[in-house]
Design a protein. Structure first.
Length: 231
């Protein structure tokens, strides 16, 4: 083979019972063997770039352990993996009645997670419209259900990302409304998570000098954000 060619082979572990065959020793000796694990941070960055449905991203931000729940001893044919959550994301793009969606989601990630996810979606749907929040039309919210608030935070970042990509002239105002809404409605942990998502995963070009409430935001949460970044 040419010097600039590298051969990479992927397969399942024997313990996963994934129709695997033991590799002959001479062949195995010609590979460097590395075992890969699911990492939420890596998946999240990919999900942002791949435009995975905000409901999926919001739910998994709250329940990270549900990204992957494969058990080789389970008789279920449906289980959660990054692949099957992508299936869920694609299904949610279609206009389908709730019962059908629940059945389809169960067929992707299993019945237990489908029930949890659909319950989360129902609560999240009652949250304020992210577009109205960023426009300054909504300043308060009545629902304090934590998983729904995670979804709302992700949805706000999604909206800001789109505004940034489109060079929206009101981007700085929208960032200001985002930070103001977070300060007035979210606990510290969620505020810090929101700004971390905005700056890291979504790479939003936030200009402190152009955002009216930034100084107040920094005074209140700056030390927590620095601590979270260094952790």
């Amino acid at each position: 083979m040419p010097d600039n060619v590298i051969i990479v082979a992927a397969g399942n572990r024997e313990a996963d019972k994934g129709v695997t065959y033991r590799m002959p020793a001479p062949l195995a000796n010609r590979f460097i063997h590395l075992e890969m694990a699911v990492d939420f941070g890596d998946w999240f960055q990919w999900a942002v770039d791949a435009k995975i449905h905000k409901d999926v991203v919001g739910y998994l931000n709250f329940a990270k352990k549900d990204l992957y729940d494969f058990d080789p001893k389970s008789p279920s044919r449906s289980f959660a993996t990054p692949r099957t959550w992508t299936f869920v994301s694609e299904l949610l793009e279609d206009e389908t009645d709730e019962n059908t969606v629940t059945d389809l989601v169960a067929g992707c990630v299993g019945e237990g997670l489908a029930v949890k996810f659909m319950a989360h979606r129902k609560v999240a749907a009652d949250m304020p419209n992210p577009t109205d929040i960023l426009a300054g039309k909504v300043k308060e919210m009545s629902t304090k259900e934590i998983s729904a608030m995670y979804s709302l935070t992700v949805s706000l970042c999604y909206e800001l990302k789109e505004a940034s990509d489109k060079n929206d002239k009101k981007f700085d105002d929208k960032v200001n409304n985002f930070l103001r809404f977070a300060m007035d409605n979210f606990d510290t942990e969620l505020v810090v998570m929101g700004i971390k998502l905005a700056l890291t995963q979504y790479s939003l070009p936030i200009d402190p000098d152009a955002v009216e409430c930034f100084d107040e935001f920094h005074d209140r949460y700056g030390k927590y954000i620095k601590a979270a970044q260094s952790a």
